[in-house]
Design a protein around this ligand. Structure first.
Ligand SMILES: [Fe+2]
Ligand SMILES: [Fe+2]
Length: 168
């Protein structure tokens, strides 16, 4: 298990409560659905809903940063050597994260009336959709069969996610 310390007693207590019973795959899959729902909501917003667009864009960016970080720090290193073709699969996933993070960084510095704002949100949503599909149909089924302690991994990721969300 991780030796990371909690950022505070209260955060630790919350994390433990949230982490109870949620395995790594369940946690990551729930994150995927949450982000996909936010992209759907964004799509429904009209051109003039600039305040709502900004709020949603910020939430999407923060959720994606936290999610990709816990995957890269905890999940991917754990599964890399434990599943068939894990090295290639994780390498590809990290490259896809890098492309997404580049778009996220651009979007965080943009306003809704900037040129290409909507296009960048749309392309980010398509990239994430592709990436999520690969994780859920290729990587996760292998991880489930791997014998990894997914509950322990899930707990560690839930705590780290809580920490990240408090600072983002
Ligand atoms: Fe990922
Ligand atoms: Fe993911």
């Amino acid at each position: 298990m991780s030796t990371r310390t909690h950022s505070g007693a209260q955060a630790g207590t919350q994390s433990n409560a949230m982490a109870a019973g949620q395995d790594a795959i369940a946690l990551l899959t729930a994150d995927h659905r949450e982000v996909s729902d936010m992209f759907d909501q964004f799509e429904q917003l009209g051109d003039r809903a600039t305040t709502s667009k900004e709020k949603l864009k910020d939430k999407i960016c923060k959720a994606l940063i936290a999610h990709t970080t816990i995957e890269e720090e905890i999940f991917y290193p754990a599964v890399r050597g434990q599943i068939e073709e894990g090295e290639d699969m994780v390498d590809e996933a990290v490259v896809e994260h890098a492309a997404a993070k580049d778009l996220i960084k651009q979007l965080q510095e943009m306003q809704p009336d900037d040129e290409l704002y909507d296009a960048k949100v749309k392309v980010l949503s398509e990239q994430i959709e592709h990436h999520v599909k690969e994780e859920e149909t290729e990587m996760f089924p292998k991880v489930k069969k791997s014998g990894l302690d997914l509950l322990a991994l899930g707990q560690e990721m839930a705590m780290r996610k809580q920490e990240l969300m408090a600072t983002l």
